[in-house]
Structures are given as structure tokens and as C-alpha cells.
Design a protein around this ligand. Structure first.
Ligand code: FAD
Ligand code: NAD
Length: 463
């Protein structure tokens, strides 16, 4: 057993933890980080990155198929589209390897000591790490808990060969013929659309009235249309009941039951924080349900212990974890920082993609804010036409009294890349006139943002 001391110990090498360690080390803080699986965490190894790789591969294959079926309006044709799925998986894995290796390199370059092993609190200042080759007892002035989250398992659908979680769905060696998905949220729809494009017969079972229930119907409508075009069956107000010999048993809201034939059942009903291990319960920290409760500096109820990322609650997004990690590193280094972000953008990488940032019109009204809105459809956007991606729109929500932009939403192909402009506008406190007064390059989909602001002001130019 080796004894080590440091100013900052980070438990968990996901986006929250590794960013925290890099930034702290850059600032000269003596930093150790511990990871039990792979640096990069859920996001890089079994989440954001491999899922987006699969989505890209599926998009490419779907285009080939479309060309082969003679459906290309551009006159493009292809014959006998095929996919060597083993190569697709190897390509996806190579990206994951490059990125996880890159994270280790960045930690080293910044001067953080990265240890591989499982960390467990002995007390609030001491952590034991069991590694494959070496064990450590580390005494730290400050500890950051960045242990992340894991998939929720339904008791009547235990994970195994047939019932899989997102990690299993991203590691299949064969494209399933029939895939039943429980949960029409982020993961179910992103991975479900990808497998539908790769040729699976996909059914999505969602308990609520709408898929992606956190978004309004206008935003999800183009996604529903595209799912229907892909042949995906969406069963809303339907719950999974259990495993049947031929597949998944479901119950609809009217009480009727049905068995969906499926070779694989993907359960994506949310993720839960990893707050039950690592000796965390013994610290007796104040909790917010299963999440570790934090204040606006990510401090927990115990002095010197911080928590960041998925283990601290919604939204469980990599960029939130990273922003918290960066902030905590600066605080530990003596900086005066607190969580003062106006908004956290969220992107759902369905086809088409959905971006939300700040308040939707309904959320603003629920808060009794008098708002005006402006919407611009991609059917009137030249760039969208040239890319055959006219479904969707950009919508801007602003306070009526002073035109302060409170929220921006978009749905459309490739709109994830507009999320930076949306977040910047909110963070900078832009008014509709600021957006309308900014020259947006032509022809780009971003002109939809300009036009939505103009529409809110009552004088859109291109509709
Ligand atoms: P994690 O990334 O979960 O990392 C925590 C790390 O801590 C893990 O590596 C774990 O091994 C380690 N750990 C836990 N306990 C210990 C211990 N005792 N000792 C040592 N190490 C420990 N978010 C987005 O923003 N965009 C997306 O497109 C997106 N896509 C996703 C797709 C899927 C399929 C999934 C599952 C998630 C996706 N997410 C996405 C969510 C994103 O992955 C998480 O929000 C993000 O990874 C959270 O970062 P984190 O650092 O809090 O935790
Ligand atoms: P989710 O919360 O997005 O969706 C879960 C869905 O399952 C909900 O719509 C819910 O109503 C439904 N549901 C719950 N119980 C059910 C039941 N018994 N039967 C049928 N439906 C049921 O959760 P997820 O898709 O597992 O994703 C987890 C988290 O990971 C997300 O909330 C998000 O924070 C993160 N994530 C983000 C991205 C992204 O940013 N693009 C992508 C994937 C995951």
C-alpha cells in the first residue's frame, strides 16, 4: 500500500472529473485523479461518442439504401448497398480509443497524476484505492466526487442476453432483426433511429403521451414523422410489463396487453447517480433523492468535499459536468467562482436533431413571464433546401417588455451546430435586436436564427 498526499483528489475520470483534474493541475494544484474503468467515463467510452459514431454510420448506410432504391431527387444511384458491421464497430471503437488515450495524455501534460483503480472513502479526507497492481491510501485536502451515473434497470426486465442497456446496444456484434426499446427518451430514440436505419425492425414503447416528453409537440413532430418514415413503430402511453418467450410484454393505458416480438430489448428509462458505492453513503452527505446535494459552488454538506456531473442531478449532460469540473478546479485553486450560467444547451441527436437552450414558450408562461416568440421554418431557408433538409424550424422566445432573449429552440438536420450561437446569445444577454443586428452568413441554416428573431420583432424578411 502506497501513501500519497495531494491538495485535490478527483474520484471518477469522466467529463466532469477529467476536466476538473486538468484545469486544477494547469493552475498548479497538486492533483490526483482515480478512474476504475476507462478515462473519458460514460461519455467517451459508452455514451456520447460511440452513440454518435453509430448514428453517423447509420446515416451513411441509410443514404446508400435510399440511392439504391432510386429515391434520390438528385439523381444519385447506387447498387447493392451493404454493411460490414464488424468494421463499423471497429471504426467506432478506434475513435473511443483515440479519445480515451487523448484524455490520459492531456492529464499527463497538465501535470495531474492519473491512477487506475477503485476509490473508496475511508473518511472525509482519506480515500483508499484498489488498483490491479497497486493499492494506495490518499490523503487529500479536497475531494471531488465525479462518479457519474449508470442505467436504470427495471426489476421485471433484468439486464442479460436479451435485455440490454445502452452499453450493450453500442456493443452488439450483429444488427438485430427486431429491436424493442423501452423508453422514448434521448437514448432510446438516438440508438433506435440508428438501428432502424441499419435495417432493424424497431418498436419504441413510451409510458408518457409523447416521446421526448420534456419537449413540446412542435419540436418532436418532425422526429415522429421521420421515425414513421423509417418504419419505426412508436407506442405511447404504453408500459413494459415483462419478458415473454417471444419478446416483450407491454400494457397500454386502456389495460390491453400485447407481446412485441423482439430479439433484443433495449431498456432506456433513465440513468441513476452512482452515489451508493465508493463509501459515499457512510459520509452521510445531504442528498437530493439519490443525487448528492450541492450548492452553487458544487460544495456538498461536508467541508472540502465537492460533487460534480451526473452524480449531482439533472440535466445529466457531459458539458454540464465539464463546466462544473472547470469551476471547482478554479475554486480549489483559490478563485472566486460560482455557478452563474444562464442556460445549459441540450441536443437530442435524433433525425432531425433537436436543440433547446433556455426557456420554451410554455416554460416562460408557467413562470408568468410575458413573452413574444418568433419562428422561422427551414422550408424557407435556402441552405436547408440545398441540403434536402427542410423539416424543422428555429424558434426564439423573448421577454415582451425589453426583448431579452430567454430561450431558443430548433429542430432540423444538423442544428446541433447552432447550439453554440444559441448558448452564446443567452449567456451574453442578447436582445432580439442584437440577434437581428448580427450578420449571419448566407446561405446557412443559422439564418433561421436571425429570421426567427426578426419574426419575433414582427418583420421577418424571408417569410
Ligand atoms: P461519467 O461520465 O459517468 O464518469 C464517471 C466515471 O467515474 C466513470 O468512468 C466511472 O468508471 C468512474 N467511477 C465511478 N465510481 C468510481 C470509483 N469508486 N472509483 C474510481 N472511479 C469511479 N451527454 C451529452 O452531453 N451529449 C450526448 O450526446 C450524450 N449522449 C449519451 C449517450 C449515451 C448512450 C449515454 C449513456 C449518455 C450520454 N450522455 C450524453 C450523458 C453523458 O455521458 C453524461 O452526462 C456524462 O458522461 C457525465 O459525466 P460524469 O463525469 O458526471 O460521469
Ligand atoms: P430519458 O429520461 O431521456 O428517457 C427515458 C424515457 O423512458 C422517458 O421518456 C420516460 O417517460 C420513459 N419511461 C420510463 N419508464 C418507462 C416504462 N416503464 N415504460 C416505458 N417508458 C418508460 O432517459 P435515457 O434515454 O435513458 O437517457 C438518460 C440520460 O442520459 C438523459 O436524460 C440525458 O441526460 C443523457 N443523454 C443525453 C444525450 C444527449 O445529450 N444527446 C443522449 C443520451 C443520453
Amino acid at each position: 500500500m502506497k501513501n500519497l498526499t495531494c491538495k485535490l483528489l478527483v474520484i471518477g475520470g469522466g467529463p466532469g472529473g477529467y476536466v476538473c483534474a486538468i484545469r486544477a493541475a494547469q493552475l498548479g494544484v497538486e492533483t490526483i485523479i482515480v478512474e476504475e474503468r476507462a478515462y473519458g467515463g460514460t461519455c467517451l467510452t459508452v455514451g456520447c461518442i460511440p452513440s454518435k459514431a453509430l448514428i453517423h454510420a447509420a446515416d451513411e448506410f441509410a443514404r446508400l439504401t435510399e440511392f439504391a432504391e432510386g429515391k434520390s431527387a438528385l439523381g444519385l444511384a447506387a447498387s447493392h448497398p451493404s454493411i460490414d458491421f464488424a468494421r463499423t464497430v471497429a471504426w467506432k471503437d478506434s475513435i473511443v480509443d483515440r479519445l480515451t488515450g487523448g484524455v490520459k495524455g492531456l492529464l499527463k501534460k497538465a501535470g495531474a497524476k492519473a491512477i487506475e483503480g477503485t476509490a473508496t472513502f475511508v473518511d472525509g479526507k482519506t480515500v483508499r484505492v484498489e488498483g490491479e497492481e497497486e493499492s494506495y491510501e490518499i490523503e487529500a485536502e479536497n475531494v471531488v466526487i465525479a462518479t457519474g451515473s449508470e442505467p436504470v434497470e427495471l426489476p421485471f426486465l433484468p439486464f442479460g442476453d436479451t435485455v440490454i442497456d445502452s452499453t450493450g446496444a453500442l456493443a452488439l456484434d450483429k444488427i438485430p432483426e427486431r429491436l424493442a426499446i423501452v423508453g422514448g427518451g434521448y437514448i432510446g430514440l438516438e440508438i433506435g433511429s440508428a438501428y432502424a436505419k441499419l435495417g432493424s425492425n424497431v418498436t419504441v414503447v413510451e409510458a408518457e403521451r409523447n416521446i421526448l416528453p420534456q419537449y413540446d409537440a412542435a419540436l418532436t413532430r418532425p422526429v415522429l414523422k421521420s421515425l414513421a418514415d423509417l418504419g419505426v413503430t412508436v407506442m405511447t402511453e404504453t408500459r413494459a410489463k415483462g419478458l415473454a418467450s417471444a419478446g416483450l410484454e407491454v400494457e397500454k393505458s386502456d389495460g390491453s396487453a400485447e407481446v412485441l416480438a423482439a430479439e433484443r430489448i433495449l431498456v432506456t428509462v433513465g440513468r441513476r447517480p452512482r452515489s451508493k458505492g465508493a463509501g459515499i453513503p457512510e459520509l452521510d452527505l445531504t442528498m437530493d433523492r439519490n443525487f448528492i446535494a450541492i450548492d452553487n459552488r458544487c460544495r456538498t454538506s461536508m467541508r472540502g468535499i465537492y460533487a460534480i456531473g451526473d452524480v449531482t442531478g439533472e440535466p445529466m449532460l457531459a458539458h454540464r459536468a465539464m463546466a462544473q469540473g472547470e469551476m471547482v478546479a478554479e475554486i480549489v485553486a483559490g478563485g472566486k467562482r460560482e455557478w452563474d450560467k444562464v442556460a445549459i444547451p441540450a441536443v437530442c441527436f435524433t433525425d432531425p436533431e433537436i436543440v433547446t437552450c433556455g426557456l420554451s414558450p410554455d416554460e416562460a408562461r408557467t413562470r408568468d413571464i410575458d413573452v413574444i416568440t418568433g419562428q422561422f421554418p427551414f422550408t424557407a431557408n435556402g441552405r436547408a433546401m440545398t441540403m434536402e433538409s427542410e423539416a424543422g424550424f428555429v424558434r426564439v422566445v423573448a421577454r415582451r417588455s425589453d426583448h431579452l432573449v430567454l430561450g431558443i429552440q430548433a429542430v432540423g438536420k444538423g442544428v446541433s451546430e447552432l447550439s453554440a450561437a444559441f448558448a452564446l446569445a443567452l449567456e451574453m444577454g442578447a436582445r432580439l435586436e442584437d440577434v437581428a443586428g448580427t450578420i449571419h452568413a448566407h446561405p446557412t441554416q443559422s439564418e433561421g436564427f436571425l429570421e426567427a428573431a426578426l419574426a419575433a420583432l414582427g418583420h421577418a424578411l424571408h417569410i
